[in-house]
Design a protein around this ligand. Structure first.
Ligand code: PEP
Ligand code: MG
Length: 573
């Protein structure tokens, strides 16, 4: 049966492929009762998963990276002990036998019981060990249910569209080595980190499809239109033929745009606009160059370390930052310090907050975890010797926090001085403007920092009180809300007046509809996902700054949403 679903388009392109349904281990554990004759088989399945996980640990120990911290072995030993403890290895077997439930369910219930017991410990060290229990149980669970990472689809990735209820940014980053045709999820918003990673992968993606995961069957033929946010399930022949044509036209257009790679992004009246790229890993640099970006405007460093069981040490981080700096050969590389928390959790420093987007996230989390922060800053400072690195601090909200951060950086420099380790003493420090409070007190940030970068994804989220990951309120997420436009124009105007370089690195920077508007506000530097650089460059090349000035001011004065959209249409005509 053919049917169509509508969601939120987050990464453009047209994909045609077969569905592969994936589940997220921690979210979806089925519970079912087995007929008596299958109980032994179920216990054997649990034992096999246990055995496979044991083997995984042994091989991890055998392949211990040469530079791994000494704690690595101790950490693995602890996890092996937890795995072999009868509370985890035997109790679920007993539950399968007595309650006739499936192995995943038995493991989930037993893990929850253990975690609750650890929670009762007064000693913070012992209480913290619940994280290890969860990590070991998760590893085992992945073995049982077949995590996407372990269960590649049978057909070629390129013909496969992954269908999930939800995908975390960490899940998606794992798919990077594969070349899936597209991703679709039931939940999520256009500027969620999952959407951002999909764009970075240059893979069509539609989120917020509500119940696609239930309605689509494994191997169904799908067409995904990442521009319109439409999913067509089991299309008829004529629709399929039409979309094949559209797909070829779209690919041809992208090829043509790539010819602009070496052209300078200059407006018709001769102003140079810097077009930089957002990356998640040094490995993304090849694509940055292919698309002609002239710098990295945002390196989301936290993505380096998702999907890991141990925290990265200074040496490993240093190597990653050095590789990025060297790869860009003197062009600017803005590395953001960890923006962890909310939808990006790293094992070992997960926090459970009532309201994660407003909780201990980004710089707040770093200041609360001084060892984590100092390790990253030391690695970053050391890497400044190898290229044009600038350090960017996310989610600053006020002056005391800013002062505390700057002091922390000074103290870290001092620790390197004591160790006799060289670094670029005058490395530029910038701040992200993504909280309305910071936007409204922009002068103080401009005076104390070397450069600024507006994170529109969060600035819009916090200004309009809309969770960027929640598809239920996605229709209210509006970059053209007058309050947002005023904040943008204010921040850009004051920074220009004070002579402090300012850029936009949120998703607005890569949306063609907003290029001229932002230029009209006075912006001269934008950072976006690499694949979008050629299209934005083309828009810049056809823009005359004097011509757009009046209409931009009109947009700023308008308060009726329809009028604003109408004016924007004229600006882009
Ligand atoms: C932003 O908030 O706009 C931004 C660039 O940072 P992130 O999307 O990683 O929160
Ligand atoms: Mg942000």
């Amino acid at each position: 049966m053919s049917f169509t679903l509508h969601g939120i388009a987050v990464s453009s392109g047209i994909a045609i492929g077969h569905a592969h349904l994936v589940s997220h281990t921690s979210l979806e554990v089925a519970h079912y009762i087995l007929p008596r004759q299958f109980i032994d088989e179920e216990i054997a399945r649990f034992d096999a998963a246990l055995q496979a996980t044991r083997k995984e640990f042994s091989s991890l120990r055998g392949n211990r990276p040469a530079h791994a911290a000494a704690e690595f072995d101790a950490f693995l030993e602890l996890h092996q002990m937890i795995l072999d403890d009868p509370l985890l290895s035997a109790a679920p077997r007993e539950m399968i036998a007595s309650e006739h439930c499936n192995a995943e369910w038995a493991l989930k219930v037993q893990t929850e019981t253990l975690v609750a017991q650890f929670e009762e410990f007064e000693d913070p060290y012992l209480r913290e060990r619940q994280t290890d229990v969860k990590q070991v149980a998760e590893r085992l669970l992945k073995r049982l249910i077949g995590h996407p990472g372990h269960q590649p689809p049978t057909r070629h990735d390129i013909e496969t569209i992954l269908v999930a209820h939800d995908l975390s940014p960490a899940d998606l980053i794992q798919f990077k080595p594969h070349q899936y045709a597209a991703f679709i999820t039931d939940v999520g918003g256009a500027t969620s980190h999952t959407a951002i990673v999909a764009r970075g992968l240059n893979t069509p993606c539609v989120v917020g499809l509500h119940n696609a995961r239930e309605l689509v069957l494994e191997d169904d033929l799908l067409i995904l239109d990442g521009e319109q946010g439409v999913l067509i399930v089991n299309p008829d022949k004529s629709i399929l033929a039409e979309y094949k044509l559209r797909q070829s036209a779209w690919e041809l257009e992208r090829k043509k745009l790539k010819r602009l790679r070496t052209a300078r992004a200059s407006t018709l009246d001769g102003s140079i606009i810097e077009l930089h790229a957002n990356i998640e890993k040094p490995g993304d640099i090849a694509e940055v160059k292919e698309n002609g970006a002239t710098g990295i405007g945002l390196f989301r460093s936290e993505f380096l370390f998702l999907n890991r069981d141990e925290l990265p040490d200074e040496e490993e981080q240093f190597e990653a930052y050095r590789a990025a700096a060297a790869g860009m050969e003197g062009q600017p590389v803005v590395i953001r310090t960890f923006d962890l928390g909310a939808d990006k959790q790293i094992k070992g420093v997960e926090r459970v907050a009532n309201n994660p987007a407003l909780g201990l996230r980004a710089i707040r989390l770093c200041l609360a975890e001084p060892v984590l922060f100092r390790t990253q800053l030391r690695a970053l400072l050391r890497a400044t010797n190898y290229g044009n690195i600038k350090i960017l601090i996310p989610m600053l909200s006020g002056v005391s926090e800013l002062n505390q951060t700057l002091l922390f950086i000074e103290a870290t420099k001092y620790s390197l001085d004591i160790d006799g380790i060289p670094y670029k003493r005058d490395v530029e420090i910038g701040g992200m403007i993504e909280i309305p409070a910071a936007a409204l007190s922009i002068e103080v940030f401009a005076k104390k920092l070397d450069f600024l970068s507006i994170g529109t994804n969060d600035l819009i989220q916090y200004t309009l009180a809309i969770d960027r990951t929640d598809e239920e309120v996605a229709h209210l997420y509006d970059p053209l809300h007058p309050a947002v436009l005023h904040l943008l124009s204010h921040v850009i105007g004051i920074s220009n007046k004070l002579g402090v370089p300012i850029s936009v690195c949120g998703e607005m920077a890569g949306e063609l509809a907003y290029t001229r508007l932002l230029l009209g506000f006075g912006l001269r530097q934008l950072s976006m996902f690499s694949a979008q650089v050629p299209s934005v460059k083309q828009r810049v090349l056809t823009t005359s700054l004097p011509e757009i000035a009046a209409i931009t001011q009109k947009i700023l004065r308008a308060d009726d949403p329809l009028k604003i959209r109408d004016l924007l249409g004229r600006l882009n005509a």
